[in-house]
Design a protein around this ligand. Structure first.
Ligand code: 5GP
Length: 169
């Protein structure tokens, strides 16, 4: 069963706040916004529409952390089309859990020498962290719950739910 955990209205309000904060921080600068697929596609679609700075949107598909635990590294299934050397890069995640995925992605991105590199995540579960990772913009800090909707899935389902839902039996 699914129950509403964060409502559409609360998400909309928070996304608008994040957009304002990001617009202020990058005044007059162009940002390469990196959408980490698939989970952050809906969040980023809403977020870029409330950012006033110039935005270039690019997409990346990386392996999930289960895969990483065996290989010890992020597997990039689809890399960026943009060259990020000397540019402001903002990575957008759906949720940071252990922090392993984002840490590895930051290593990969840093090796490409961007002008600046920041991260934004709709959700963060700090109690689950294995790797401390700096998230510059956090939508909501939540406790250790499995959530779906607004882009997040359970076995590839429920991404289209317009709110964040908690999965309960
Ligand atoms: P991390 O490397 O931080 O542990 O993993 C982050 C990824 O794990 C997210 O991008 C997401 O795919 C998945 N994940 C972690 N917690 C949740 C959750 O509560 N719900 C869903 N749907 N995915 C989660």
């Amino acid at each position: 069963m699914l129950s509403v955990f964060i409502s559409e209205e609360d998400i909309k309000k928070r996304v608008a706040e994040l957009g304002k904060e990001i617009s202020n921080d990058y005044k007059g600068e162009e940002i390469v916004v990196v959408v980490l697929l698939r989970g952050s596609f809906i969040f980023t679609a809403d977020l870029v529409r409330v950012i006033e700075s110039d935005v270039i949107v690019d997409f990346m598909v990386v392996s999930s952390y289960q895969g990483m635990e065996t290989s010890g590294e992020v597997r990039i299934f689809k890399d960026l089309a943009e060259n990020i050397h000397g540019r402001h890069v903002l990575i957008v995640e759906d949720i940071v859990d252990t922090g392993l995925t984002l840490t590895k992605i930051l290593d990969v991105m840093n090796s490409r020498n961007p002008k600046s590199l920041r991260t934004c995540s709709l959700l963060s579960k700090p109690s689950r962290r294995i790797k401390e990772v700096d998230i510059k913009y956090v939508g909501f800090t939540i406790e250790d719950k499995f959530v779906v909707g607004y882009g997040l899935d359970l076995d590839q389902k429920y991404r289209q739910i317009p709110y964040i839902a908690e999965v309960t039996e």
